[in-house]
Write a protein that binds this ligand. Structure first.
Ligand code: PEP
Length: 249
């Protein structure tokens, strides 16, 4: 029996509409299977509609703070009360455009778990960091920030998404071997602290995944599915990616 279940997650970023909710929920309800978890991350105003259509839903961020005077921010408890199950923390666009540091990301991770949301911790190196051989250093620091704040045990109820920044939205996917090497590095790093936890931890790959490259990526031993951006806006492509994840674990 497989220890981990495959997951395919779709990040709509600042895209989508009520019409897309309808199209994607029909598509997802058709590919649903006990073999995979399929989750969508729409913009906040579409969260309730997606939940009502029966799709497992998360948000693209939350506030690290408890309710209070934080104009424009969204409280994690409210997201949970609406019926969302997951939240992305540390997506590279949040890190680079909104200056979220490793420490802020760790606070968001902790806040998500306080209210019972499952955080998907996004990690990954930039193009120059990759060229300078710093991938493992960068990814380790991003994960260590969470471990130092709340301890390794907190990773049990979470998912990690390895997303090399140079592969996001660029059409330049990491090769299956390249991605597998980093996924193995992540799993081994966590296994050094807690081996059972590491074996059960879902680690997704993200970065220009599409219906043509998903099968080979998901076939790698330490890749448990994908976090999909652009291709999660197209029902046909996203359904095909979900199909390719069935039977990979
Ligand atoms: C993402 O936004 O997390 C992502 C992986 O985007 P894309 O699939 O478009 O590269």
């Amino acid at each position: 029996m497989a220890i981990r279940k495959a997951m395919v997650a779709g990040n709509w970023k600042m895209n989508g509409s009520l019409e897309l909710v309808k199209q994607m929920s029909d598509a997802i309800n058709n590919v649903k299977s006990k073999k995979i978890d399929v989750v969508l991350f729409p913009p906040f105003p579409l969260v309730s509609a997606l939940i009502a259509s029966g799709v497992s839903t998360g948000t693209q961020t939350i506030s690290e703070y408890k309710p209070g005077a934080f104009t424009g921010e969204v409280d994690a408890q409210l997201v949970k009360d609406l019926g969302a199950e997951y939240v992305l923390v540390g997506h590279s666009e949040r890190r680079s455009i909104y200056n979220e540091s490793n420490s802020t990301v760790a606070e968001k991770f902790s806040r998500a778990q306080q209210v019972g949301l499952t955080p998907i911790l996004c990690v990954g190196e930039s193009e120059s960091e990759q060229e300078n051989g710093k991938t493992e250093l960068v990814v380790a620091a991003q994960i260590d920030a969470v471990i130092e704040k709340i301890g390794v045990a907190a990773l049990k109820d979470s998912v990690i998404a390895y997303e090399p920044v140079w592969a996001i939205g660029t059409g330049k996917t990491a090769s299956p071997e390249q991605a597998q090497n980093v996924h193995k590095f992540i799993r081994d790093k966590i296994a050094a602290l807690d081996s059972d936890l590491a074996q059960g931890l879902t680690i997704l790959y993200g970065g220009s995944v599409n219906e043509k490259n998903s099968e080979l990526l998901f076939a790698q031993a330490d890749i448990d599915g994908g976090l999909i951006g652009g291709a999660s806006l197209k029902a046909d492509s996203f359904s095909a990616i979900c199909e390719s994840a069935k039977g990979t674990l």
